[in-house]
Design a protein around this ligand. Sequence first.
Ligand SMILES: [Zn+2]
Length: 381
Amino acid sequence: MQKSFSNGETITVPNVYPPLRTELMYARIQNELSKRYRCKPADPHFLRDVKIICDSCQKEISVKKQYTYNRDKSQRYGLYVLTHSNEETYRACQVKPTINDKRIKHRITKAVKDILTDTSKIAEYIDSDFDEAELSRLAADVKRLEKMKSDVHSKMDKLLDLYLDDKWSKEKLDERHRLLEKQAHQIQNDLKERKRKRNLIQKDKLNFDTVAEFFGVASRFEELLDPVDQQKLIGSLFPSATLGDDLLILHALLPQEVTVDVKIRIESMEEAKEREILENARERYALAQKTLTQHRGLSLEALSKMIGSQPSTLKLDQERFGSFKHLAPNKQCPDLKKQRVIVLQDELRKNPKLSGRQLEKLTGINRKMIYKIMEEEELKR
Ligand SMILES: [Zn+2]
């Protein structure tokens, strides 16, 4: 019991209350708390709450932040990769997967979109047809698990004999017992899950429609901009996954408490880069068009200065996505003069009192050129 008085004195009387924990335990807790306090929490990442297992070595894969530098090493970029973050595991693994997360994120979004917009596409992502074939697969699975269950139990029985034997240390045997118990528990859970699934399929309560419904929730993923929210959503929908060769199998946990495997093909680095270039081009194109709508009649050069992209790049973008609207006619165009006349006529029809300076601003055509055209074509204000 401890009391502080107004004169600043504090009186402590020990052993008034029964201790909640031993001093040793107290010290341990303090130690653990201070360790955790110092450790900076990992950056949120959409796959961080998914327990990913390597298909090759069956050990855990985690999201790891890495850094790369640009060519002259003046700038550092952070990126995320899926890999064995445990060095020993990494060394022991035959495949040593290192997958940039860019190669996966877009594919998950695409899978969700595909499944929601076109149910016939579900088959691309899910092996099961929820039919007789799946039922017999499940039956075989149940059989295999039952066998594993009885094996583990007989191992546990044998362990009992070893306890009596006195040859082995109790710690070693305890450890072995805990491991077997864990296995038995996992097998039991798997068995229950397979039986539940079989039951649901038989009653037609698990089919493509249920899966599509499940993906309706996942469709929020694209709207979520905060990585913390992305992490929570993906983690709750897909608590576990298996990373194989160019394939991430997400084990979707449906509200019916059964899992359905969703195959996500991992992009090659080239595909990811190509997609990124196209995405950037699309963004640049949209920005250019928006700028042109706000400042009609800009020349390609003026536009390129305004948005900070090369004119040649903008030309390529137009070849990809179509010509910009409201761009001033440019020199390479054969019908340049005709186009300029149309543009000028258009502006003058709207407002005949426009001055040369105003016309220049609106159309992006040089003022001298405007006067020349107006004289040649006898355009009237
Ligand atoms: Zn591995």
